[in-house]
Ligand binder design. Structure first.
Ligand SMILES: [Zn+2]
Length: 263
């Protein structure tokens, strides 16, 4: 009987391989980007390598089967037809200014179910005057004591597909100190030593999180100060998995999680 079931399973795999092979990414945990429409917006402060990030991530997005629109202009957010057609926005735009109309287009799209994914200052330190943007992202960079230093990232959620099977790892980069929304789902953290700001010794800070803004999935990692940081295999893998997760908002019911910090 057991053998019979196995043969039946093999037959299903043979007859419907697409069901099993295209539903997963390379890690087999987060779905691939096949057929997803992605807007990749890059610009702002050059020190965070917005241009090189296009060279790294856009070929990968396309290799997964995503249709990618690359834009170096925030006016893309005012193109209602484009925004409604998207599954995901990836934004790497440190500091800079966004107009009310541009911001409104982005916020509306994400509230309606378009995902948002990004990293470091390109998403977590984008438009310092725009608090609703920060409400959407779930955090805002405020300091990186000591500049580029050695620190560790601790995987704190071993169940979530974005960080499953990953181990803690070392970084030599900026350790972001952020003002973080208490309603995000934290997947990885870092602990400050106090060496560069004694009053934050032992402070545990979120590094990777996911959340919703309206119906849109939002994924953020504070790693990736320069493009070379993605040579760290965990850094790149977390980002890829987070991007895949965020691109799925329109296809799944809202994930419910409550993680009250101050109760
Ligand atoms: Zn930086």
């Amino acid at each position: 009987m057991v053998q019979g079931l196995s043969l039946a399973a093999l037959a299903i795999l043979f007859l419907f391989p697409q069901q099993f092979c295209t539903a997963s990414g390379s890690n087999g945990q987060t779905p691939s980007l096949k057929g997803k429409k992605v807007l990749y917006v890059y610009g702002g402060w050059e020190g965070h390598d917005p241009g090189p990030s296009v060279d790294l991530f856009v070929p990968w997005l396309r290799s997964e089967g995503a249709e990618v629109v690359v834009s170096d202009n925030l006016d893309s957010y005012t193109d209602a037809e484009l925004m409604e057609s998207l599954d995901l926005v990836i934004q790497i735009w440190t500091m800079g200014k966004i107009t009310r109309e541009q911001e409104a287009g982005l916020l509306k799209a994400v509230r309606s179910g378009v995902g948002l994914a990004g990293w470091h200052g390109g998403t977590g330190d984008s438009f310092r005057d725009n608090v609703e943007y920060q409400f959407m992202v779930g955090g805002q960079w405020v300091a990186h004591p000591g500049g580029v230093i050695d620190y560790r990232v601790n995987i704190t959620n071993h169940e979530d597909p974005v960080t499953k099977d990953l181990k803690d790892f070392a970084m030599h980069s900026e350790q972001y100190y952020m003002h973080v929304d208490p309603n995000v789902k934290v997947l990885a953290t870092t602990t400050f030593t106090g060496e560069h700001a004694f009053w934050i010794e032992d402070c545990v800070m979120p590094v990777v999180w996911k959340k919703y803004y309206g119906n849109g999935r939002v994924f953020y990692s504070s790693l990736g100060h320069v493009i070379g940081d993605f040579n760290g295999p965990e850094v790149l893998e977390i980002q890829k998995r987070g991007i895949r997760w965020a691109a799925e908002s329109k296809y799944h019911p809202r994930e419910e999680w409550k993680d009250p910090k101050y109760r």
